[in-house]
Design a protein around this ligand. Structure first.
Ligand SMILES: Cc1cc2nc3c(=O)[nH]c(=O)nc-3n(C[C@H](O)[C@H](O)[C@H](O)COP(=O)(O)OP(=O)(O)OC[C@H]3O[C@@H](n4cnc5c(N)ncnc54)[C@H](O)[C@@H]3O)c2cc1C
Ligand code: FES
Ligand code: FES
Length: 495
């Protein structure tokens, strides 16, 4: 059977979760999206479908997850969020906030600021506001902008919506601390925490396995060749576009806590493969040791996508323009891979991971366990890493060309300079511009920078597609080199 663009499976999977304060228990098709679950099973029509591929934010809902006895909210795009992943969570939709006769505080501010523009986008915008203010009662205007990155308006613009954000910020500044949580979060969230805790673990079904440990993962993949799915932001879009058969059995990696750890080990920062991009942006170790990964997150996709997209998914999908990919290439990261055939754990340098267009060193059922980033600390040298992305739009757009540059300085010399590029060739690649045995004076003129640009281009065959012609991409490569150089050698003067 076909539902929308996705084939329906005949096997049903158990789903227990809370929806706007009420516990729900049912069996569903594992291919069902959260958006279709709301419409088909619960007849809730408030959440809208625009693009159906995670791009527009019309379908935004708030996902509540139990952490240390409280519920933590994040915005997700319900059109590509598999309903089965709701198990054990509290889903809040537009119907769970206010009503016609009693608007929620967020709705009141949006109405009063003339931020209601079209009926399609407004529910998603309100839910993005909700997920932000539920977790941060005193956000800055910039936080509001970031929260709304994934809500695209093509009719009017964002003035009224931004005003609503400003007026909510001002209003909440007058609310006493003890009343802040209740001003935004509906009271049913606190009273249903015990219901949330009572939901038993879900192991899935044959066509949708949900391992909770690495042992269970090995067992789930022992004799099958399922598709491994992490956040599903790529997998679900590819299924919608018929690039992956939607009835393909899935092993969902997102419940394996062993894959979510971030720690320092043997001079490396090790990031578990299931770490989401949002976690990368917030984690203190990452902020301290690899701050550019946190900074890059602002330029990748949208809040709704980053909340579920994982760092390993960005590498394993083998996209030629993955944003985390180029940064990790510049940083000379390695992957720890659990090989299915040998059952051994192998360390693979990321620089030899990409083999051909959309082909990596991963074989059938191989699992990326973690990403290891070497930390180069020396009293005699200073290292700087800079990420650059050129896309047609600042928000929710993949790059035409992206790059990351890692430079190491000793005194007035550049003693090492490596730049990784995406969107130039069929696979992302790394160029060593300055080698350790041939340091370069820090002061480079335009002629030298142009020569470096030509040297980089001589090492690849530049692609040509709808995002940009070969000539345009060549110009971008040269410009990225210049931008990296000035940003890293003369911060503040890069223009
Ligand atoms: C609207 C939208 C905007 C986007 N914008 C950007 C952008 O700006 N920049 C960007 O780089 N990307 C972007 N993406 C792409 C995508 O979100 C990212 O690549 C994301 O990091 C993929 O992670 P995931 O966990 O969702 O992967 P999934 O979809 O779950 O998986 C992707 C692939 O990785 C494999 N995989 C995942 N984890 C593992 C593992 N541990 N071991 C082995 N294989 C694994 C899966 O089998 C699958 O083949 C966007 C996507 C959408 C929908
Ligand atoms: S409908 Fe556009 S993001 Fe979901
Ligand atoms: S608010 Fe819907 S397109 Fe502008």
């Amino acid at each position: 059977m076909k539902k929308g663009n996705i084939m329906e499976s005949t096997e049903q999977v158990r789903l227990e979760f809370l929806l706007n304060g009420k516990k729900q228990s049912l069996f569903i098709d594992p291919t069902l999206s959260t958006l279709n679950l709301l419409k088909i099973h619960f007849h809730l029509m408030g959440t809208k479908e625009g693009c159906g591929e995670g791009d527009c934010g019309a379908c935004t809902v708030a996902l509540g997850e139990l952490k240390d006895d409280s519920v933590v909210f994040s915005a997700v795009a319900s059109c590509i969020y598999p309903a089965v992943k709701l198990h054990g969570k509290h889903l809040v939709t537009i119907e769970g906030l206010g009503s016609h006769s009693h608007l929620h505080l967020i709705q009141k501010h949006i109405v009063n600021s003339h931020g209601i523009q079209c009926g399609f986008c407004s529910p998603g915008i309100i839910m993005s506001f909700f997920a932000l203010f539920a977790m941060n009662s005193h956000p800055k205007a910039e936080d509001v902008e970031i929260a709304l990155q994934g809500n695209i308006c093509r009719c009017t613009g964002y003035e009224g919506i931004k005003k609503a954000g400003d007026s909510l910020i001002s209003h909440l500044a007058t609310v006493p601390d003890a009343e802040l949580a209740d001003a935004i979060v509906p009271s049913y969230i606190a009273t249903t925490i015990e219901d949330l805790k009572s939901i038993a673990v879900n192991e899935g079904i044959a066509t949708y396995r949900i391992p909770h440990t690495l042992e269970e993962f090995k067992e789930a993949t022992e004799n099958e060749e399922p598709l491994l799915m992490a956040g599903g932001t790529d997998v679900r879009v590819q299924m919608k576009q018929h690039k992956i058969p939607s009835d393909r059995p899935i092993v969902d990696l997102s419940a394996i806590d062993e894959l979510k750890k971030i720690a320092l080990k043997d001079g490396m920062l090790c990031i578990g493969s299931q770490t989401t991009i949002t976690e990368c942006a917030k984690n203190q170790l990452i902020q301290q040791y690899v701050p550019e990964l946190s900074d890059m997150a602002r330029l990748m996709a949208s809040t709704q996508i980053r909340n579920v997209a994982t760092i390993a998914g960005n590498l394993a999908n083998a996209s030629p323009i993955g944003d985390a990919t180029v940064l990790l290439l510049a940083r000379n990261a390695s992957l720890e891979i659990l090989r299915h055939a040998s059952k051994a754990v192998e360390r693979v340098p990321l620089r030899s991971f990409f083999k051909a267009y959309r082909k990596t060193a991963l074989e059938k059922n191989d699992l990326i366990l973690e990403i290891e980033i070497p930390l180069q600390e020396s009293e005699k040298s200073r290292t700087s890493v800079h990420f650059e992305k050129t896309s047609r739009r600042l928000d929710v757009d993949i790059a035409t060309v992206n790059s990351a540059s890692m430079m190491t300085f000793a005194g007035d010399q550049i003693i090492s300079w490596v730049v990784a590029f995406g969107g130039v060739g069929p696979i992302p690649f790394t160029v060593e511009i300055v080698k350790k045995d041939k340091p370069l004076d820090k002061k480079l003129d335009d002629t030298k920078l142009a020569e470096i640009g030509r040297m980089v281009l001589a090492q690849c065959s530049v692609i040509d597609d709808v995002r940009g012609s070969t000539e345009y991409r060549k110009a971008l490569v040269k410009n990225h080199i210049i931008k990296h150089y000035y940003t890293q050698t003369m911060p503040g003067q890069e223009g």
